[in-house]
Write a protein that binds this ligand. Sequence first.
Ligand code: G6P
Length: 610
Amino acid sequence: MCGIVGAVAQRDVQGILLEGLHRLEYRGYDSAGMAILTPNGTVQRQREVGKVSALADLIEASPIKGHSGIAHTRWATHGRPSVLNAHPHMSGDRLAVVHNGIIENFQPLREELANEGYDFTSETDTEVVAHLIERCYRQTGDFVAAVKKALTQIHGAYALAVMHADEPGRLVVTREGSPLVIGVGIGENFIASDQLALLSVTDRFIFLEEGDVAEITQDEIRIWDRDDTLVERPVSRYEHGVDAVDKGEYRHFMLKEIHEQPRVIKATLEGRLTDSRVLEQALGTDAGALLENVRHVQIVACGTSYHAGMVARYWIEELAGIPCSVEVASEYRYRKHVVQPDTLFLTISQSGETADTLAALRMAKKDGFLAALAICNVPGSSLVRESDLVVMTQAGPEIGVASTKAFTTQLIALMLFTVALARHHGLPAELEADIVRELRMLPGKVQDVLSLDGSIETMARHFVEKSHSLFLGRGSLYPVAMEGALKLKEISYIHAEAYPAGELKHGPLALVDSEMPVITVAPNNELLDKLKSNLQEVRARGGELFVFTDQHASLHEEEGVHVMSLPEVHNLLAPILYTVPLQLLSYHVAVLKGTDVDQPRNLAKSVTVE
Ligand code: G6P
């Protein structure tokens, strides 16, 4: 949720830290701060409420010189957003800490340390860590040993970076349940909660494992594992272009990411298809034997990724004839569940670091599942490392908090998986060939939908004054309606609910009047006639309809009915294509309303705490 960045260099690090914070701001943005060890041996700290730009203004007014430092952008968990609660937190004026995650036992530790005379100035759990490490430092006189000792006393999920005025040119970092990477430079080294933060200074990264503690200096990186053994961790190169984190010609990251979809869908298909088949090896070399044995699929995910899972359920049951259950991770992990024999556990996550999804995976590994497959967008993420099989989406970094290209590429990866699975369970070769042909045509069709941008912007004007909206879909388009509703509420703050259209008369119809816009995704499929009668029910109550459909659906513009025609698409792939206009609609409504599109209030890109 929050973002951490740190550097030890031969040059001043203030600019590096600030740039890193800007790049991390999508993760959390209610306050920010940095601490730098100055040449005269004091730790200087600056903190500010609001966005990173507010901290930047402060620092521009009074720059801090120094060759090592740590910085943080916060998404509040313990304690409201305020300067006092902003990181870094300090013990006295010598030790500074930045922290992502939650320290569960902070309350008793806080009481204990307060009784010993440690002074608390914030409401955060992090301040406890600062004092605890300082106490251990006084006891051991050794910086790394002090951090290791403090870790034995805290429980929870965390990534931590610590600096001390008595240990110039050194940072000590650790991770447990929250991501942390080391950026490897030449004569300088860096740390961050996400490699994106460091792309302007390096493209070489070491991913820490759970429980690792590392000491970083200008020239050296030493890592100890959970058992306190000095270990070597591999250095990997970042493969996406650096420009992937620039907005380029676009006004917002979200718009850029929506427009990248034809390219990233193509990239996600690349190397995974022959003329008429899906290459099973895309799932891993041993995937075949495993898929043969799958008798049930359990999908677990959060947010937008959960909606991708809901679409996949329709596909898996239809094409493979295998029962599939889908559940949000925060529910799944806290209930007793029955695991059917030969069940594949499938997680979906853009970041690969979502706390609930990861926890569900870890639980599943003890629960006797056949294997764990992850669909993920971030190589090296915890989910990827801890799963047996992985299908990477090739969306590239997604910065806008509202997920767009990650979702459509997840659907592509899920379709590839479904076809590979279904082939072992009776999928006719002709149907597979059809799907492959349609998949290849999809980027072009998405491009055609993007060219409707102007008309969708015009449509968006109808929503600016509205407070509520209803999204309807049937079959595999129902989760697309859910995703459309999520997008609208996330970034325009308009209350949006999605219903399977057949449920309309069981309740939501009571809400329909001229003030309730009803958005429908209605491709020309076997459910269209049923959907049309649902739409009549809306019109009869004076509800204004916004219908996304195709030329052959014979739905026409009339008073109170706005129709947008999309290219014809294979029924199975309609959920992917029909998502795109809903993304554009939410985007334009949010822009017209003047909300912060890329960083909507109260939300964070990556939810690494429960
Ligand atoms: C947050 C993000 C969503 C995302 C969800 C799951 O809520 O704002 O866009 O869908 O987390 O994240 P994941 O990285 O696991 O897909």
